[in-house]
Design a protein around this ligand. Structure first.
Ligand SMILES: Nc1nc2c(ncn2[C@@H]2O[C@H](COP(=O)(O)OP(=O)(O)OP(=O)(O)O)[C@@H](O)[C@H]2O)c(=O)[nH]1
Length: 411
């Protein structure tokens, strides 16, 4: 009888041992987790202590750190054919393939529908004209009002209406399709296809081209820098980003993430560092690395704050000790309308704008601002932002722009 508890204990012990062995074996068979990849558009994962130490070591007296260029995917292997290959001790890092940005030449065709969809005031005006049996004063006045609501401005609107009225009368145009063609011609002339809209992004002897991106808060400067870096990479340019928006810490991360995706390095400063010193270091690094273009993102600033506008002037002056700034792009939010013009005037005075980037045209029926801002400043719109997608920035072209605006009426 005494033997029964002993037998039970042995059986329980055996069952336990077999169970433990089975669990251990099943854990060994678990497949490795999927390789992790940075989710596009999100800032990189927080750095570990080693990375932070490396960052501190990399900072100069100005508090500026340089991110090294990520290794090229599929780069040359260091092992010659036939050479013995050492067995890897550590798990290999998962190589994240770089994005291949869309060619700037195909962008406008893809984005045209967005422009047509949101900027239909002109198309509505045209339809109104074409569908009227009689072009009386009232019809012309209504047409004028629609032009004004698309932010064409009083001067260009009056000019356009007068020219069109004269043409229709003098040339005896009564066919809707001829009237539409006349309006198209007059609009293209107003947008001015003769303006030089090319970006000054060619190396200047031994120096890289320097592009500064400026504007008031939230217009899309950082996003534009990121998208522009992609445009330049697609055009086979070697680019370096300078994160001189030291006011908003997230802007630095945001910019570096844009750069990482296309293999473009970012020179960054500590939060609150002097933006002029970060910009200066970026250009110095660009010269050292012989890049084609240094693209400098600056902090958003209200044009009414004199101190901040002076700071921007200083950034430009300091950078020019290293290399001339060939392009100062003012980023304007198309939805802000007339206020954009006031901003443009002040920025132009302070840093001499060479081109306008009109963002958020996908969400605005105010495409007419293109004409006003060019007239006011004598500076061409060079790029337009048509969405939040990574390649939603297109070179501006007068004819495609007008065609997109009139499309809903002429379809
Ligand atoms: N729909 C649309 N959104 C845009 C466009 N360009 C930029 N944005 C959005 O505008 C918002 C502000 O963009 P940012 O690039 O952070 O603006 P910023 O000018 O750098 O901001 P600050 O540094 O704070 O002055 C973001 O949500 C962008 O995705 C565009 O062309 N269309």
């Amino acid at each position: 009888m005494l033997q029964t508890p002993i037998i039970i204990s042995i059986v329980v012990a055996l069952v336990l041992i077999v169970g433990i062995i089975a669990i251990a074996a099943s854990q060994k068979k678990l497949p490795p987790g999927p390789p992790t990849r940075q989710i596009p558009g999100t800032p990189p994962a927080p750095k570990d202590v080693h990375d932070q130490e490396a960052d501190t070591a990399g900072r100069g007296s100005t508090g500026v750190a340089v991110e090294e260029r990520p290794a090229e995917p599929g780069g040359p292997t260091t092992v010659a054919p036939g050479e013995p290959v050492e067995e890897a001790v550590e798990a290999p890092e998962v190589a994240v393939p770089l994005d291949i940005p869309e060619s700037p030449r195909t962008r406008m065709a893809r984005l045209r529908a967005r422009l047509a969809g949101s900027n239909n005031a002109l198309a509505r005006g045209l339809l109104m004209l074409l569908s009227s049996d009689k072009l009386d004063e009232e019809t012309w006045e209504d047409f004028e009002d629609t032009l004004l609501t698309s932010d064409l401005g009083v001067g260009p609107t009056t000019e356009l209406v007068e020219k069109l009225r004269t043409r229709l009368r003098v040339e005896g145009i009564s066919e809707p399709s001829q009237a539409a063609a006349a309006l198209r011609e007059e609009l293209v002339a107003l947008v001015d296809p003769t303006l030089d809209r090319s970006l000054n992004v060619d190396r200047n002897g031994a120096l890289p081209a320097v592009v500064m991106v400026v504007g008031v808060n939230g217009t899309g400067k950082t996003t534009t820098c990121g998208k522009l870096a992609r445009v330049l990479v697609a055009d086979d340019k070697d680019v370096l980003l300078g994160a001189a928006d030291t006011f908003r810490a997230a802007a630095v991360e945001q910019l570096a993430t844009w750069g990482d995706r296309v293999g473009v390095p970012t020179v960054r400063g500590a939060e609150g560092a002097d933006p002029a010193s970060v910009a200066f270091d970026a250009v110095a690094k660009g010269i050292e690395q012989e890049v084609d273009v240094v693209l400098i993102d600056t902090a958003g600033r209200l044009h009414t704050k004199t101190g901040l506008m002076d700071e921007l002037g200083k950034v430009k002056r300091v950078v020019e000790k290293k290399a001339p700034v060939g392009e100062v792009l003012l980023v304007l939010d198309a939805t802000t309308g007339q206020n954009g013009l006031t901003q443009a005037r002040v920025f132009a005075q302070e840093v001499g704008i060479t081109g306008i980037v009109l963002t958020k045209l996908d969400g605005s029926a105010k495409g007419g601002i293109v004409i006003q801002v060019q007239r006011e400043l004598g500076v061409p719109v060079k790029l337009i932002g048509l969405g939040e997608g990574v390649d939603d920035l297109a070179p501006f072209d007068a004819e495609s722009f007008v065609d997109a605006l009139l499309e809903p009426a002429t379809r």
